[in-house]
Design a protein around this ligand. Structure first.
Ligand code: M3L
Ligand code: AKG
Ligand code: FE2
Length: 408
């Protein structure tokens, strides 16, 4: 397994910088010793706090903006009451002190702000443990199998919060997680997903249950194999999580394929930074057109294949669906050739057999897939196969994880 830290991207992205510019403090006006190993300095444009060995700088406007006094902040709703627009941008405190592990600042006019040193350490730029929004363990089939992640069990999952927390931690790290022993019904599948989050209703329904009956205008509703892909790439915001539960299958084939899209994309970033960068930059369109007796849809989503946060180059979403990719008319002629080369290189990564995790979904086994990261596909099959599931709202899944103290 290679590192999960985002690597510095290639040449075209080297101009990247953290948004927090570092400038040398100019004058030291005041030094106060306030704890065994902590020092406070009121500088020209910021307060420097050296606490537990880390010097941290706090902009004065930032400090006033983060004042937790009753008139500035409603701690019952966790909302700011202060109008940030009313803070003088040249503001400086009139005095500063440390009392009982708290930094106490008095502002011109007499308003007092208090900050615990621990809170400052947690929230300073310098004190932040990691620049990653979402720590992950990227995997190929070996890595995932050797990790021996156990599936949650229905009974415990439904009743024990620590079981749910463990499940969410696995989900966040690997982008997939399983619950076993779920009754093979749509209702139980709904219950198990409601334990985690809200369901995202789409044109396919809230909960859906389908066979290969071509009830909708899409290949999923057939017996054909489906190559690895992410779903709803034609949404402006693709669904965050996909849930599958195979309620019955009397026949052969139909295994589920899972591929960690971020593992493949990071390989591409290492191997060909320019191709990685191109796939981050060039927008393409996906489309879902359905015109049947009962359903009329025309959806499009536009965006790059690889989506990274501009401030740290961390991947947060891959949109990869060769079936639903629409006409390539969103880029100039000279980019097209290069885009196909880059896309081919990513496709090659995604197709290495060692990156493929194959799972036979059986009645009772529910899988949650991070549809912004892990691609799914299936083998062709024979016989009656009924699959049910739903999409989940991403924000609510992440919120559930944060409520357990997980970094999400
Ligand atoms: C999952 N469910 C069967 C309801 C919908 C399938 C959607 C299929 C579509 N081609 C896509 O990839 O988004
Ligand atoms: O039939 C399957 O296993 C999955 C089909 C699929 O890709 C989907 O429903 O999104
Ligand atoms: Fe799919």
């Amino acid at each position: 397994m290679f590192s999960v830290l985002p690597r510095a991207a290639g040449s075209a992205m080297r101009q990247f910088q953290l948004p927090f510019a570092r400038s040398e403090p100019r004058t030291s006006l005041l030094q106060v010793r306030f704890a065994a190993s902590a020092t406070l300095r009121l500088l020209e444009d910021c307060l420097e706090v050296s606490y537990e060995g880390t010097p941290m700088r706090f902009n004065y406007v930032w400090l006033r903006d983060h004042c937790r006094s009753a008139s500035s902040y409603n701690s019952a709703t966790h909302q700011r009451s202060l109008d940030t627009g009313s803070i003088e941008l040249t503001l400086r405190p009139e005095s500063s002190a440390v009392e009982d592990g708290q930094l106490v600042l008095t502002w011109p006019g007499g308003h007092v702000s208090k900050f615990s040193l621990g809170w400052l350490a947690e929230n300073s730029h310098e004190g932040r443990k990691t620049v990653m929004e979402q720590p992950r363990i990227l995997w190929n089939a070996n890595v995932y199998q050797n990790a021996r992640i156990s599936a949650a069990k229905w009974d415990k999952f439904m009743s024990s919060d620590s079981e749910l927390k463990k499940f969410l931690q696995n989900y966040l790290l690997y982008g997939i997680a399983f619950v076993d022993d779920v009754p093979a019904t749509v209702e139980a599948t709904e219950e198990v997903t409601r334990r985690v989050s809200l369901i995202r209703e789409t044109t396919y329904g809230r909960m859906w249950s389908f066979t290969s009956d071509f009830s909708r205008g899409d290949t999923a509703y057939s017996q054909l194999a489906l190559d690895r892909h992410t779903d709803t790439s034609y949404f402006q915001e693709p669904c965050g999580i996909q849930v599958f539960h195979c309620l019955r299958h009397e026949g052969t084939g139909g295994k589920t394929l899972l591929v960690d899209g971020f593992y493949a994309a990071e390989k591409l970033r290492q191997r060909s930074p320019e191709n990685f960068e191109l796939l981050c930059r060039v927008p393409i369109r996906h489309e879902y057109i359905e015109n049947t007796e009962n359903h009329r849809n025309h959806m499009t989503g536009i965006g790059p294949v690889l989506n990274i946060y501009p401030w740290n180059n961390e991947l947060y979403m891959i949109r990869y669906n060769n079936y639903d990719r629409s006409v390539m008319n969103t880029m100039p002629h000279d980019t097209i050739r290069r885009w196909y080369v880059a896309h081919r290189e990513l496709t090659t990564e995604l197709r290495w057999p060692e990156n493929e995790l194959w799972v036979k979904l059986t009645p009772g086994k529910v899988i949650f897939i991070d549809n912004w990261r892990v691609l799914h596909g299936r083998e062709s099959f024979t016989g009656l196969r009924q699959l049910c599931g739903c999409y989940l709202t991403r924000d609510d899944v992440l919120s559930a994880a944060r409520c357990f103290g997980l970094q999400a």
